[in-house]
Design a protein around this ligand. Structure first.
Ligand SMILES: [Zn+2]
Length: 216
């Protein structure tokens, strides 16, 4: 049976890693809204061109367009036969309701909605330790991949910098926005009895095992 999952979790929690592991081991296709947007835009489909107009103006792609793009992919033969791992969708209750309705229409059931959870301080550490080289673009991390000399690139001796997005205060703000936006979606699936909470502050293999064990 193809696996069908929804992964929910803040930036830095490891959703992409889990989606990749699940694809390797079960064949289920990762469906990330960002990747699907880009594919539709590159293929110059009607939906892609519509989305591009908003993105080019620095505006959010409207809910309706996002929903149509994601549902189109879910309906595709490839995804019907291999299953899917949704990442970054649904982001709002309206999207979640549209997804539920569509899945009912095509008689597909979700195996689980997985909430990946990591203490906020751990995520701030993971994300805010990143530094980039101003010249060659090499990426370092204060604990996982420190440069040999503090603040200096190993490859080209140029100074390292921290992106605005990766500063601790910005990371905390991004996490707060995620919590505010996602809480209603989590509540929605909790009410449907589909939600599973998984401790994601562990090695990726153990997290994966927890996700699939719960499905048997
Ligand atoms: Zn460099």
């Amino acid at each position: 049976m193809p696996l069908r999952l929804i992964l929910i979790g803040p930036p830095g929690v490891g959703k992409g890693t889990q989606a990749a592991l699940i694809e390797q081991r079960t064949g289920a296709k990762p469906l990330s809204s960002g990747v699907i947007f880009r594919a539709e835009i590159d293929a110059e489909t009607d939906l892609g061109q519509l989305a591009k107009r908003y993105i080019d103006h620095g505006e959010l792609v409207p809910n309706g367009v996002t929903i149509q793009m994601m549902l189109k992919r879910i309906r595709s033969q490839e995804v019907r036969s291999h299953g899917f791992v949704l990442d970054g969708f649904p982001r709002t209750v309206r999207q979640a309701e549209a997804l539920t309705e569509e899945l009912e229409n095509i008689q597909v059931t979700i195996d689980a909605v997985v909430s990946l959870e990591v203490p906020e301080d751990v995520i701030v550490d993971r994300l805010s330790g990143r530094m980039g080289c101003t010249k060659c673009g090499e990426i370092y991390h204060s604990t996982n991949k420190p440069p040999k000399r503090e603040g200096i690139c190993d490859k080209c001796n140029s100074p390292l910098f921290v992106r605005e997005d990766d500063k601790p205060d910005t990371v905390r703000e991004r996490l707060r926005v995620f919590r505010d936006n996602t809480k209603p979606v989590i509540d929605y699936y909790e009410t449907l009895g589909r939600l599973r909470h998984i401790d994601a502050d562990r090695p990726a293999d153990q997290v994966y095992q927890d996700i699939v064990d719960g499905l048997v």
